[in-house]
Unconditional design. Structure first.
Length: 1095
């Protein structure tokens, strides 16, 4: 590329792609799943877990940004991911470049790809990371070019945008992120930029020199940095291991820098002498993290899962308003948060000691007392000055021309007596401005921080303030282990008038559309706050009362509450915005303008308020002012649908039809015919009572006939409601009817506005079975009892709709604990559609919970094998039943013929079944005296077949069990030397906290280590007793988890207790524990096995 120009363009990019099958048709409701340390709901998105081995060439629409130093490729179709970043000065891919699109089950919804740069907002590995993002190319007045990417996410209805800007003559990528809370409710969010880099044995993570500690997810564990001296993430680093090097991590782990003072971090390949740096103001962007799958067998397995030939990668993550995961920050109603960060390649530095957006520096002194001084710059600086000082004396000074393609490196011996701590390195511009500098950092020797502790149970917490703060933290961090409700409710049990707890519960109720219950709590809070005619210091309770009243249509009372809330400056902007909506709904344009002006005076970045004002200017016949304001809004959010739509309307109102058509074309391209984008824009108008504009938006999507367009029934239901609100019953009925006739596939409504649409549709057309189905979908995670009533109405109207029966089965099992009724409903679903493998997996789960015999369960799965085999989970349930029933060869044959896809955090399931089948078959052969064959089965269990996608873990996995059994077979065959070696392998890595301690205890006994064996058995006894009394807080720090039924946890407790007692020589007590485990969980394989082997 000539000169210093920046180019931005789109073109087709063909990439070999492993296809993903159709998304799951059934809605996936929340069941307590933990994902990345927080809640992992899927609804209202579809599940994307049907991966395939089909590889084909696929064309993507790629956007390129390039200047003389760097070239970036971005794929808007895959979440707006930066696909590659090339340092043109040395042809180094400073951002991991994939040569294949190979999805794995890592994303919140499933399909996810590695490599490039991912935008994790408002959750880690956000749901839409494998879905198209909105985007727009922009050319700026200073010659820079920007690609804007973003979306309105569905779970909270917040919006985020990312601006990727390259400047002329600079190698750094400027990343601007804006997060918009477009809702009337407070939310919490995560914001991490996830940059992948190529790694090898020469790769080192660079945290600032002042970093002395790293920490784990949730800050539950700390490690010294960079030289670890203890156990971290289950790995023993006590010998003094430099954990900054990728090669020193044998298993997957994350380390977050415990550093809140510095503005940079990155990574460096010492072999290539190249790397990448991140720079940002640590006050806004404090998070510095790396994640790796590790350099061991488990990591290599993930390499094979994620790429064909591009090798291992590591993630460098920069957290904004967060220094950990999960570590969410609050964003207030209608608040906008903005931040800027920079990423750029470096070379020939040999490491990094300091960096900013202009330059980076490294300074090291070797054992010969020779200093190596190195600088990089992100732009060309002529006649710069490189300086090395000792105290006030210059040891070295040289005029240099430095730039991204001209690194500076100098080695020089230090005078006798000069120590590293005396030095200062600096790079100055020709005008003597300091571009970068560094002085060696002396360790602070601060003590290691204390890890986070899980919260106590509500009844154990001493004060109401602590109850409130505990609940708030659980809510803020989206805890999957504990709900905030019991903490707030305990506070109200002690003090029914507690304003904090009442308000917190009310906000949760509002988000669930439970406005009556919210109103009750808010009135209780306000009564406490206004006691003795007191004006509250904080208007939060009054604000949410106004929001709840508005949602119920009580506009006069809502105005009173919101106006009083606006006395508090903290709630003035939000309160007046909602007041403006109410005024506009009531046709009071003057009042609406007064309120929106008040709102904008306190929050000028509220794009919804700006757009509402634009509407008012247009309606006041001030179109030029409306257009100017819309332009200003688009400067804040270049992807704002509402602002662009108002430009279309204002231009058309001025008679400038050509301009209006061109802007409409740009808006149509931006919205991508995505029904959710049109519905969100329609809701913006709906909430202001602007029915004509809302109708116009949706009519555009449907086409001029009102019949065409994307198959989303909610578009017609919304139009029916809008026409009904205008008083046109025939048109309303027409759209309600059209909505009822559309396919139901992937219609997962989530907006509270949709409750109005669907409720009105049900009144207008009582024969519509689809509307109550959609209403139930919307309500199930919010108001499950009302969802059940809606689904039952849908079933009454159409008893042949399989998914309704399936949904009711889930509801009966969860809300009513009526497993028998749930089973009957799911069987009816299968009668209606016997071709859905998910139904069989879910039915078998219910049958298992109801203690239905394994043979009966297996018969159902065998009879429908062709369907069952289409999903890993349903097929694996059949395999496990074969194992449970002793049909080991059949289990192994099924395992050998199927490629199982593993979810991150749940990799062991298929391999565990494989190990169980071989070990249990071997135990049977051993009991029959067939020792050679038993040994062969035990040895087979030690293997890790690639098609099961589970690599040998660093902690040995189930090696203790396998090696102990191998040892017994060798012993029985008379090979004492091999037996002893096997027993030593069994005890090589201590396995605490699992049943494997039993086999290690037995191996210790074989080795003559009776005291150590007793210790292992005592640990099992204590662990079992702890599990029998443990509450849900026991799983508080699990990164990936599912909520276990209480009987399942107790069954495991009895099993471990039984193992410990058996090891201690009390078989009868052990028998009782195994029997109790089987009573609680009849398919407990471990208890069944041990009980069968007892004399």
């Amino acid at each position: 590329m000539p000169g210093t120009d920046v180019a931005i363009w789109e073109e087709a990019l063909t990439v070999p792609t492993y296809c993903v099958g159709p998304a799951e048709l059934s809605p996936m409701f929340y069941t307590g799943r933990g994902y990345q340390g927080a809640k992992g709901p899927i609804y209202p998105y579809p599940l994307l877990d049907k991966l395939t081995d089909v590889r084909e060439e696929k064309s993507y629409r790629a956007v390129y940004l390039e200047n003389r130093y760097v070239k970036l490729c971005v794929l808007p179709e895959i979440g707006g991911r930066i696909f590659s970043g090339l340092d043109k000065t040395n042809q180094y891919d400073f951002i991991y470049r994939q040569h294949v699109i190979k999805p794995a089950l890592i994303g919140m919804l499933g399909a996810w790809i590695s490599g490039g740069v991912e935008w994790n907002i408002p959750h880690h590995h956000r749901p839409s990371t494998f879905m198209p993002a909105d985007y727009r190319l922009a050319e700026n007045l200073d010659g820079s070019k920007t690609l804007w990417l973003g979306e309105i996410e569905l779970r909270h209805r917040m919006k985020w945008i990312v601006g990727l800007t390259l400047h002329p003559g600079r190698s750094c990528l400027e990343v601007t992120i804006r997060i918009f809370n477009r809702t009337p409710y407070v939310h919490s969010f995560l914001c991490f930029t996830n940059v992948a880099v190529h790694v090898n044995g020469d790769y080192q993570v660079i945290f600032p020199p002042g970093t002395e500690y790293g920490t784990q997810h949730a800050k539950c564990e700390f490690v010294r940095w960079p030289i670890a001296d203890g156990t971290y993430a289950g790995v023993d680093y006590s010998a003094g291991v430099d954990v900054s090097w990728w090669k020193n991590h044998p298993s997957p782990l994350s380390i977050f820098a415990w550093n809140h003072e510095d503005d940079f971090f990155g990574g460096y390949d010492h072999g290539r002498q190249a790397g990448i740096l991140h720079v940002a103001d640590h006050h806004a962007v404090p998070g510095k993290k790396f994640f790796t799958f590790g350099s061991g067998p488990a990591g290599r397995m993930w390499d094979n899962i994620l790429t064909d030939a591009d090798g291992p990668y590591l993630e460098l993550m920069a957290g904004a308003y967060s220094d950990n995961q999960p570590d969410y920050s609050w964003i207030q109603p209608y608040e906008t948060k903005t931040l800027t960060q920079y990423w750029y390649p470096v070379r020939q530095l040999g490491g990094v000691k300091n960096a900013n957006r202009d330059a980076a520096v490294n300074l090291v002194v070797d054992e010969r007392n020779v200093a190596r001084l190195a600088f990089n710059a992100t732009a060309e600086f002529r006649d710069a000055v490189a300086v090395l000082q000792a105290g006030e004396s210059n040891l070295f000074q040289e005029k240099v021309t430095i730039g991204p393609d001209k690194p500076f490196v100098k080695e020089l011996p230090l005078p006798h007596g000069v120590k590293p701590r005396h030095l200062k390195a600096a790079l100055l511009s020709s005008s003597k401005r300091e571009l970068i500098s560094y002085r060696p950092v002396e360790p602070s020797r601060r003590p290691m921080p204390a890890p986070v502790q899980p919260p106590s149970r509500p009844e154990e917490i001493r004060t109401n303030e602590e109850l409130y703060l505990t609940g708030l933290r659980l809510e803020q961090f989206h805890s999957s282990a504990l709900e905030p409700y019991p903490y707030y409710e305990e506070a109200l049990k002690r003090d029914p008038g507690d304003a904090r707890a009442n308000t917190a519960l009310a906000v949760l109720y509002c988000k669930r559309g439970m406005f009556r219950q919210a109103r009750e709590k808010l009135l209780a809070a306000i009564q406490r706050l206004t006691r003795n005619y007191t004006h509250p210091k904080d208007g939060e309770s009054l604000y949410y009362l106004g929001v709840a009243l508005k949602a119920q249509g009580h506009f006069a009372a809502a105005r009173d509450a919101l106006s009083k809330a606006a006395w508090s400056h903290a709630w003035r902007a939000a309160g007046h915005y909602v007041l403006a909506e109410i005024a506009l709904q009531q046709g009071d344009l003057t009042g609406a303008m007064e309120s929106v002006e008040q709102s904008l005076s306190c929050n000028a970045l509220n794009t919804r308020a700006r757009n509402l004002k634009t509407v008012l200017l247009r309606k006041a016949q001030r179109p030029e002012e409306a257009i100017a304001l819309a332009w200003g809004t688009m400067a804040i959010d270049p992807l704002d649908f509402w602002a662009r739509n108002e430009r279309v309307l204002a231009e058309a109102g001025l008679g400038r039809q050509g301009r209006a058509e061109r802007e409409l074309a740009r808006l149509t391209t931006l919205m991508r015919d995505e029904a959710q984008s049109y519905l969100e824009l329609a809701c913006d108008y709906e909430n202001c009572g602007l029915w004509d504009e809302a109708i116009d938006v949706l009519a555009r999507l449907l086409g001029s006939t009102g019949q065409a367009g994307p198959a989303d029934p909610m578009v017609h239901y919304a139009l029916g409601y809008y026409w009904e609100s205008k008083g046109d019953e025939p048109k309303a009925s027409q759209h309600y009817r059209l909505g009822s006739q559309m396919p139901t596939d992937y219609c997962f409504p989530f907006r509270l506005e949709s409750v109005r649409w669907l409720s009105s549709a049900m009144k207008n057309n009582p024969a519509d079975s689809h509307a109550p189905y959609y209403l139930g979908n919307l309500l199930f995670d919010l108001q499950p009892e009302n969802a059940v009533r809606a689904w039952e109405e849908s079933r009454r109207l159409d008893d042949t709709f399989a998914i309704v029966h399936r949904n009711l089965a889930l509801a009966y099992a969860r809300t009513d604990s009526d497993k028998a009724r749930a089973i009957a409903s799911l069987k009816r679903a299968i009668q209606c559609n016997g071709q859905d493998p998910r139904f069989f997996a879910e039915l078998d789960q219910l049958l298992e919970a109801e203690a239905v015999s394994p043979r009966e369960r297996l018969s159902l799965l065998e009879d429908n094998h062709e369907v069952v085999a289409r999903r890993d989970d349903s097929l694996l349930r059949r395999i496990k039943l074969h194992v449970l029933l002793g049909q080991y060869d059949r289990a192994v044959r099924l395992l050998e013929k199927h490629h199982f896809r593993v979810w991150e955090g749940a990799e062991r399931a298929a391999h565990d079944a494989y190990v169980d089948a071989h070990l249990l078959k071997g135990r049977g052969l051993f009991a029959a005296g067939r020792y050679p064959k038993a040994l062969a089965e035990y040895e087979a269990a030690s293997e890790y077949p690639p098609h099961l996608e589970f690599g040998q873990p660093h902690d040995g996995g189930r090696a203790a069990e396998v090696w102990y059994l191998i040892g017994t077979a060798c012993e029985a065959l008379g090979d004492g030397e091999k037996a002893r070696a096997a027993f030593q392998q069994a005890v090589q890595k201590k396995k605490m906290g699992t049943y494997l301690s039993y086999y290690q205890g037995l191996a210790c006994r074989k080795l003559g280590q009776e005291a150590e064996a007793a210790t292992r058995f005592d640990e099992l006894i204590q662990l079992g007793r702890d599990m029998l009394t443990a509450g849900p807080e026991a799983d508080f720090f699990q990164k990936f988890s599912t909520r276990r039924d209480r009987p399942v946890g107790k069954a495991d407790g009895h099993y471990l207790l039984g193992l410990g007692l058996l090891g201690k020589g009390d078989p009868e007590a052990a028998r009782r524990e195994f029997q109790e485990a089987l009573r609680l969980r009849p398919d407990h394989l471990g208890a069944q096995t041990m009980l069968a082997e007892l004399p």
